[in-house]
Design a protein around this ligand. Structure first.
Ligand code: NDP
Ligand code: A1CAB
Length: 283
């Protein structure tokens, strides 16, 4: 069975471990690394997965999933490089490096890791925790079709997967990588609005969350065009159009266009910060 190590078990790394276990992968086929011993112990206890250091992960795993913040990538690559070079000298195949990092191009990993290292760039999202991730995968220069198939199969066990050219990954990051946050933000604001119009918080939350689940299910179903679905809710001289007039007045559509463009630009900037000779602030 393929052995997978998650390097950096923060929010998305933990979501991946949890999702893979829920999808039936054995705990003994998973490893993770984490900087803080207390967090490592908590995760090991919660999931029954072994915490190791980076050298051990590089030695044991077939797939190394990099899930550290883009700002933390350099020291990790420094630590990985000699271990992967050593492993390349043995008769075992080299590990496949799968990066979940926003903005970081496969070329960065290829330049910093031993020549010929296979890299796949992935942009997942946190609904991975409930088996509903949206992940987009792009092959680096040395990744083979079999390796891309393997990554597709892995992520397919925790949600939906699409392949795309790497040039689209910054836009993908802005849409589906960050996307869940936009919906959570909207739900949070709608619950506040419920309070404003006199509904207790718990009841407002139930009403809004169930409406979100229902709307998402309809969007995914056969009837799924958002404009038609919204029109069906919008009765002549009714309540919905009164709300929509306010949304338009406040420029909510334009705000979303600007927001997603800003997220795309930030992803590009995170990648540029690691270009050779760059002095760009990474924070
Ligand atoms: N959160 C999300 O929704 C998504 C995140 N991503 C990407 O995933 C990556 C991680 O994001 P996220 O999970 O939110 O961030 P977190 O900060 O929650 O997780 C990163 C974890 O990696 C640890 N870490 C850093 N360096 C090392 C190292 N050398 N060895 C072992 N562990 C290390 C960090 O420790 P410490 O606490 O000390 O910093 C932290 O626990 C980012 O690159 C992000 O772009 C992609 C898609 C969605
Ligand atoms: O906010 C971020 O940078 C990461 C990448 C996509 C979602 N979270």
């Amino acid at each position: 069975m393929t052995k997978i190590a998650v390097l950096g078990a923060g929010k998305i790394g933990e979501a991946l471990l949890s999702g893979l276990l829920s999808a039936g992968r054995r705990a003994s086929d998973l490893l993770f690394t984490e900087r803080h011993p207390q967090r490592a112990a908590e995760l090991a206890e919660r999931y029954g997965v072994r915490a190791v250091d980076v050298p051990a992960a590089a030695e044991e795993a077939d797939v190394l999933v990099v899930a550290v913040k883009p700002q933390d990538i350099e020291p990790l690559l420094d630590e990985l490089e000699p271990r992967l070079a050593h492993r390349g000298g043995s008769d075992r195949p080299r590990s496949l490096v799968v990066s979940l990092c926003a903005g970081l191009p496969t070329g960065l990993f290829e330049a910093r890791l031993p020549e010929g290292t296979s890299v796949v760039r992935v942009m997942p999202n946190t609904p991975m925790l409930v088996g509903e991730a949206m992940s987009v995968i792009s092959a680096g220069r040395h990744a083979t079709d079999e390796q891309l198939d393997l990554v597709e199969e892995l992520l397919g066990s925790v949600g939906k997967v699409r392949r795309a050219p790497e040039g689209q990954q910054d836009a993908v990051t802005a849409l589906s990588g960050s996307g869940p946050a936009y919906f959570f933000y909207l739900v949070e604001a709608m619950i506040d609005a419920g309070i404003l119009v006199g509904i207790p918080r718990a009841m407002a939350a139930e009403l809004i969350v169930q409406s979100a689940v229902g709307a998402a299910t309809m969007l995914r179903g056969a009837e799924g065009h958002p404009v038609m679905l919204r029109e069906a809710v919008t009765s002549p001289a009714g309540t919905t159009i009164a709300a929509i007039r306010e949304l338009e007045k406040h420029g909510v559509r334009a705000a979303l266009l600007d927001a997603i463009e800003a997220a795309r630009d930030r992803s590009v900037e995170l990648g540029r910060a690691h270009e050779i000779g760059s002095t760009t602030d990474q924070g």
